[in-house]
Structures are given as C-alpha cells and as structure tokens.
Write a protein of this length. Structure first.
Length: 98
C-alpha cells in the first residue's frame, strides 16, 4: 500500500542518488524526482507522477485529518504502479552504473 513510509523511502533513495552522483541540489521533494529524470535515472513521465505524489505526502504529513479513506484507496489503486516503476528504474540505473 502507498503510505507515508513508502513515499518517504522514495525521497530517501532519490536524495541519496542526487548526493552520491553530485547532481544539483533539489529544493523540494518534487524537484528530487525531476532531477533524477534530468540525469536519466528515471523517465520524465515517472518523475512528474512522483512529483505529484510528493504533494500527497505533504497532505498526509501536514493535513492528515483531511484525507478520507476513499481518497487513499483511489491513490493506491491509481499510483501503485509508479512505486513499482520507481523501484525498477532505480534497479536499472544501478545496473548501468555497474
């Protein structure tokens, strides 16, 4: 299920790659994914989807009382593939790096 821990883990992974590769510093969570796309770690389309997920993270962290169960289920049903694609993209990138 997409929850705050999964979203946070993606931020941690993105931040680690950005730092270790010495890519330009991202100023926001959403920008982290766009930076990865710029450097061909993940696709631009996936980066844009994940950037929107950063907004979902902010909603969960800062205004969780506004999030209905129905909305969470909608996110899970529509966006779980983005999490899987992110994991696959990172794995492919690591294989390319050798």
């Amino acid at each position: 299920m997409i929850d705050r821990d999964i979203v946070e883990a993606k931020f941690d992974i993105a931040n680690h790659i950005i730092a270790s590769e010495r890519f330009e510093r991202a100023e926001s969570y959403a920008e982290m994914f766009l930076t990865l796309a710029k450097h061909h770690v993940i696709s631009k389309e996936l980066a844009e989807n994940l950037a929107r997920m950063a907004g979902f993270r902010n909603l969960l962290v800062h205004r969780y009382w506004e999030v209905s169960v129905e909305y969470i289920m909608e996110i899970v049903e529509k966006n779980l593939k983005d999490v899987e694609d992110f994991m696959a993209g990172i794995e492919e990138y690591m294989e390319r790096k050798g």
